[in-house]
Write a protein that binds this ligand. Sequence first.
Ligand code: AMP
Ligand code: MG
Length: 282
Amino acid sequence: MSSRWHSPRTALRAHAAGPVADFDADGTPGYDGDKESGEKDLRRVGAELSDLQEKLFAQGRSGGERSVLLVLQGMDTAGKGGIVRHVGGLLDPQGLSVTGFGKPTPTELEHDFLWRIRKALPPAGRIGIFDRSHYEDVLPVRVHSLVPESVWRGRFDEINAFEAELAASDTTIVKCALILSKDEQKARFTERVERPDKYWKYDPNDLAERAHWDEYLEAYQDVFDTTDTDVAPWYLIPANHKWFSRLAVARILLETMRDLDLSWPEAAFDVEAERERVAALD
Ligand code: AMP
Ligand code: MG
């Protein structure tokens, strides 16, 4: 792999990154290249990722329990959809399940906040991508006081217990928070109202969310302080440069999957006997 990278998982790990309010969303920590090399490196990462994904998928078909879950969080316009498209796009759609979480439906609200999350977990052999997640229940829910503080605070422990339970049942969790600057968000909103091909991404309600920027940063900080665990690590992804955020997420996913030591499943048939049968075909 490219020598332009220096341990991205160390460089981007949340607990090493310092306060999110001081985070440099323009940076490319751990990476020496530029946009051009970044796009090339993304293709390289993609080739190895899709190899590993095929092994994961093959294991799932052969009784293996392992799955991988990539959780994406970030403010509006941070580029979560672009990660799904450009990192998810490196993978085989057969082995991928993508779920976006919007405002809970009335039915979802009748259940515990993890109910809809559990239903969307990737089955054995798959990579799941969550575009927003159970963390919404301690982010907008907290910022807008949709439940009492005692309830959302209690969710940090519930989330850690949930993620530990997933890890123990062979789901490898990687959490990436895309961090963009307030100026860059304005530039992206501007693009969305100026360009007809971007209108569909513009949601007038997003401006009301932006008005709570500092409260969101505080809420995110608590998320990183309480839920960045070794079984479910958080990575802070500088997101002002889309080429970098895509490369960084892909690279973190790749390194995580390399650690799984995935191998091709053993044949479930008598190899010698079947070779003879195939050789004897007319
Ligand atoms: P989008 O990602 O653009 O489709 O927007 C989804 C919206 O749903 C965002 O404003 C989220 O903050 C909001 N949302 C997602 N999950 C929750 C939740 N559990 N409670 C309240 N709002 C949520
Ligand atoms: Mg939106």
